[in-house]
Design a protein around this ligand. Structure first.
Ligand SMILES: Nc1ncnc2c1ncn2[C@@H]1O[C@H](COP(=O)(O)OP(=O)(O)OP(=O)(O)O)[C@@H](O)[C@H]1O
Length: 355
């Protein structure tokens, strides 16, 4: 990527940039982009790239200046609360909705201009599969395939059987779909997306509404598809789920991309904390305050915690200051911010972290 385009595409160009306390996240965004992004004109190492992607419904910006960078070969989680703009973004990526402004590159083409050459290489599951309940799983796939003018009827049966095998539904191929569990229906939807060889799979909330067993099935299927080298872009409103299957994530909040990077990058972008167990609570409070920190009680009168909010202040310096002031330290713990803390901070209250 050229320096110019890197700058132009950093998150700081969003219409409302993250607050200053989220500067580290902005840096993560910029680094992720600089590390992995190729120029928008060539596709580079990215399977999906957007620049300033925006969708306006009436007065509402449902998607607002989104710059996505999805490296090829990644399992990329697209995370955000309900209504944050994930489905709208996905619909624009696939050419199902027109963007109000912005650019999209999918694999080696621009969307929607190159849809004819690009989309046959992209499998998608958006808003659940439209399954015919009284047809068998196999007959459903045969119908879906027949509706796709890019596929060959001569190879249809073999491709349908391979897709059923791939999602672990061969044993239920002759069963009518209305007798499938929700997890099986979702896997049938994914099989539909796999009827032709794909370089990229885009899955919108593939585990939505599934019970824990169905969720596990779909999650392990996604991981095994990624082992085959397919890039997978999967949306979810559940942090725990994305954490288990993805190596990179982007976080949406109210139509804007508020973070993007590897899980480790996002974790390390959070503010570290210290936790001190001591019988000398008041003295510890005084020492921490003296260092410029804002100590907080921890629900017990012998434990005090504080965010390491002072730039350059290390946990060992805090510990040394406590010891110098004769504070008796029973326990001392330094920790990075949890991803959960990070996401609540990024997306505000109400973010559904666990399910
Ligand atoms: N066709 C439409 N007309 C008007 N507003 C829309 C339309 N589609 C989506 N929206 C609005 O755009 C916003 C983003 O919706 P979107 O479905 O993209 O969010 P989401 O993150 O996918 O949430 P969910 O997981 O609930 O589907 C919402 O406020 C929604 O009401």
């Amino acid at each position: 990527m050229t320096a110019g385009s890197s700058q132009a595409r950093s998150v700081s160009t969003c219409s409302s940039p993250p607050p200053s306390s989220d500067r580290s996240t902005t840096e993560v965004l910029e680094r992720a982009r600089t590390d992995s992004a190729g120029p928008l004109v060539s596709g580079g190492t990215l399977a999906i790239e957007t620049l300033g992607l925006t969708k306006v419904f009436g007065k509402q910006k449902a998607v607002n200046g989104v710059d996505l960078a999805v490296p090829r070969g990644s399992v990329f989680g697209f995370l955000g609360p309900n209504g944050s703009g994930k489905t709208t973004t996905i619909r624009m990526l696939l050419g199902l909705a027109a963007a109000s402004s912005g650019e999209i590159r999918l694999l080696d083409g621009a969307m929607p201009k190159d849809a004819r050459s690009v989309l046959p290489r992209v499998g998608a599951l958006v808003e659940g599969p439209a399954i015919y309940p009284f047809l068998s799983g196999r007959a459903n796939l045969q119908r879906f395939d027949a509706a796709d003018r890019h596929t060959s009827p001569a190879t249809r049966n073999a491709r349908v059987d391979a897709a059923l095998e791939r999602v672990g539904l061969s044993h239920a191929a002759k069963k009518r779909a209305h007798a499938y569990s929700l997890g099986m229906k979702q896997r049938l939807g994914i099989a539909n997306a796999l009827l032709a060889p794909r370089d990229l799979l885009i899955l919108d909330e593939p585990t939505n509404g599934l019970d824990p067993q169905g969720t596990r099935e779909v999650r392990s299927l996604i991981r095994s598809l990624s082992d085959d080298g397919t890039t997978i872009f999967v949306s979810s409103h559940l942090l725990a789920e994305v954490e288990q299957m993805c190596d990179r994530i982007a976080v949406m909040s109210a139509g804007q991309l508020v973070a993007q990077g590897t899980l480790d990058e996002l974790r390390s972008a959070g503010t570290a904390r210290v936790r001190v167990a001591t019988p000398d609570f008041a003295d510890a409070h005084r020492v921490l305050s003296g260092l410029g920190l804002t100590p907080e009680p921890h629900g017990r009168d012998d434990v005090i915690t504080a965010e390491l909010s002072v730039p350059g202040l290390l946990p060992e310096t805090v510990n040394a200051a406590l010891v110098r002031a004769d504070v008796r330290v029973r326990g001392f713990e330094a920790s990075g911010a949890s991803l959960e803390d990070r996401f609540v901070a990024l997306t505000g209250e109400g973010f559904d972290v666990a399910g």
